[in-house]
Design a protein around this ligand. Structure first.
Ligand SMILES: Cc1cc2nc3c(=O)[nH]c(=O)nc-3n(C[C@H](O)[C@H](O)[C@H](O)COP(=O)(O)O)c2cc1C
Length: 217
């Protein structure tokens, strides 16, 4: 586990199975549910500066991505997918980031910083969306909600496994040259996700105000 925050034991081995079991059986332990909920409530983003090896394994990333499929998804359009950047892919991405920064007229120092961003995080993934404007009953905003729900499940899964992660975007996701490397026709490069083992405890940016997000009518 290294420096990773210890997740609740019930969720550690098989997050998907444990949560599904806990929700679906009458023999669930209220203590473990409270623990899992409390743990989810302490998921904060961890930026690349505070992420170290080990990265989530290929299997762990697959499990986390599969939990994305539990996002609410009207008509099962599955308007999202994740793409892991391989080690070799990092070098290619570095060249693309640098070329994009140069194209935007950035300074030599900024171009170098853009290049280095390709090596951010022990694991780096692209979030790709396919949002259709012309689906009966499913307007684009509903599909974006699905994309967001999938990303959230992905982040929560990694958190339950003891990893830290952060969603990042910036100019690179709006570069047609970079997007075309990850996207097929009709798809959009939404963001990057960096993930790894946190080197320090994550923390909230500001205190939550839960009273403002659920009201009665
Ligand atoms: C699509 C998307 C793109 C984001 N891009 C950035 C970014 O480029 N830089 C950044 O600092 N935060 C970015 N964020 C916000 C962070 O991922 C994170 O949510 C924020 O720092 C708040 O941290 P928290 O998750 O601990 O509340 C982005 C969030 C989303 C959903």
């Amino acid at each position: 586990m290294g420096n990773r925050t210890t997740p609740p034991a019930a969720a550690e081995a098989q997050p998907t199975a444990s949560l599904a079991d806990a929700a679906g059986t009458s023999s669930r332990s209220d203590t473990s549910i409270a623990e899992v909920l409390g743990f989810l409530g302490r998921r904060y983003s961890v930026g690349p500066k505070y992420l170290a090896d080990p990265a989530p394994s290929a299997d762990e990333l697959r499990n986390a991505a599969a939990l994305g499929l539990r996002a609410p998804d009207h008509h099962e359009l599955r308007p999202f997918r994740f793409v892991r950047v391989s080690d070799a892919g990092r070098d290619r991405l570095a060249a693309l980031f640098a070329a994009d920064a140069a194209r935007r007229g950035q300074s030599a120092a900024e171009i170098e910083r853009a290049r280095e961003r390709a090596y951010n995080g022990p694991a780096l993934l692209a979030v790709v969306a396919r949002v259709h404007e012309d689906v009966d009953d499913v307007p684009a905003h509903e599909q974006w909600i699905t994309v967001g729900g999938a990303v959230m499940n992905f982040l929560n899964a990694l958190h339950l496994m003891g990893y830290g992660a952060k969603v990042l975007s910036g100019a690179s996701v709006r570069s047609p040259d970079i997007a075309s490397e990850f996207c097929q026709a009709g798809e959009q490069l939404v963001a990057w996700i960096v993930a790894g083992t946190p080197t320090r405890a994550s923390h909230p940016r500001s205190p939550d105000q839960p009273g403002t997000i659920l009201t009665d009518w």
